[in-house]
Design a protein around this ligand. Structure first.
Ligand code: ATR
Length: 275
């Protein structure tokens, strides 16, 4: 059988953890395949897309700064990519280039694993209004969360998302008293990343049954998660979203639905801690 080849492309891309995740699964399942990081400069990205098939590539992941161009240039998009307005995975189907989005599956899969019942816990507060927020809001809607409150420094961006996602989604410029009856708080902003001590919001305002999650995973325990844990709230870190978003791509390119195992997580945690 011909070796199946997939990739993650970005610029820069050397620090991507995706090759480690997919490499672990290829080895675990004994699949004859490869998953490589390919650095493609923006000027070369369209040519990269055009030559996927000629280069024998099944498809792959797309990250910064290529997500928007990928969204615009694929021939077909899956429903989630349309809703979220971003593409993070590519594949060829009968010679047609498809773009999909699995970030929302990563978000839901992470919470399913670490906080089952999260989708029936009450109103959700989402901090931030960028691409990551759109993936989270899509997941919340798919899973039936009916009261979604977007909080963003720039209110107009939150309002755009509320308009985009429609019924049950509201926009706010500050947290105010939105946490008092919330069952889920999700940070999608970059606050708390890489040693930034800023609290994205103060979880003190949440009820005792609330779940707090962050999509930032370096550090694994962000200041928000630490503050939530100190108040005995259930917390879910962002690493699981990275691991779970990789599942649909692996299944599509290599034909096997992989499992997010404690061993895989430990391997990536070790990599984060080492850096
Ligand atoms: P992504 O696609 O990763 O979500 P993005 O589109 O750049 O990234 O969005 C970043 C989010 O973090 C935005 O909601 C941004 O707020 P603004 O829309 O007001 O810019 C938010 N963010 C970034 N830095 C912030 C800060 N210092 N304080 C508050 N919010 C911040």
């Amino acid at each position: 059988m011909v070796e199946k080849k997939a990739f993650v492309t970005g610029h820069p891309i050397a620090h991507s953890r995706s090759p480690k995740i997919h490499g672990y699964w290829l080895k675990t399942y004994g699949i004859d395949g490869s998953y490589r990081a390919i650095d493609v400069a923006p000027a070369d990205f369209l040519e990269f897309l055009r030559t996927l098939q000629a280069n024998g590539l099944e498809g792959g992941n797309v990250t910064i700064p290529h997500k928007e161009v990928a969204f615009a240039r694929v021939e077909r998009r899956d429903e989630a990519a349309e809703m979220i307005g971003a593409v993070n995975m590519l594949w060829l189907e009968d010679g047609v280039l498809w773009g999909g989005n699995s970030d929302w599956i990563g978000f839901a899969g992470n919470l399913d694993e670490h906080a089952p019942g999260w989708d029936k816990n009450g109103p959700a507060v989402v901090l931030g209004a960028g691409g990551a927020a759109r993936a989270v809001i899509h997941a919340l809607q798919v899973r039936g969360v009916r009261d979604i409150r977007i909080v963003n420094r720039t209110l107009a961006r939150a309002q755009e998302l509320a308009d985009r996602f429609g019924a049950g989604v509201t926009a706010h410029g500050a947290v105010g008293d939105l946490l008092a009856d919330a069952g889920l708080l999700v940070n999608t902003t970059s606050l708390g990343m890489h040693g930034d001590a800023t609290l994205a919001a103060d979880p003190a305002g949440l009820p005792g049954h609330a779940i707090v999650s962050d999509i930032v995973y370096v550090p694994l325990e962000t200041p928000l998660l630490a503050a939530a844990r100190a108040r005995n709230l259930k917390t879910v870190d962002g690493l699981g979203m990275l691991l779970h978003q990789a599942v649909p791509g692996f299944e599509r390119w290599f034909g096997k639905r992989p499992e997010v195992t404690p061993e895989l997580r430990a391997m990536i945690v070790a990599d984060i801690v080492a850096k």
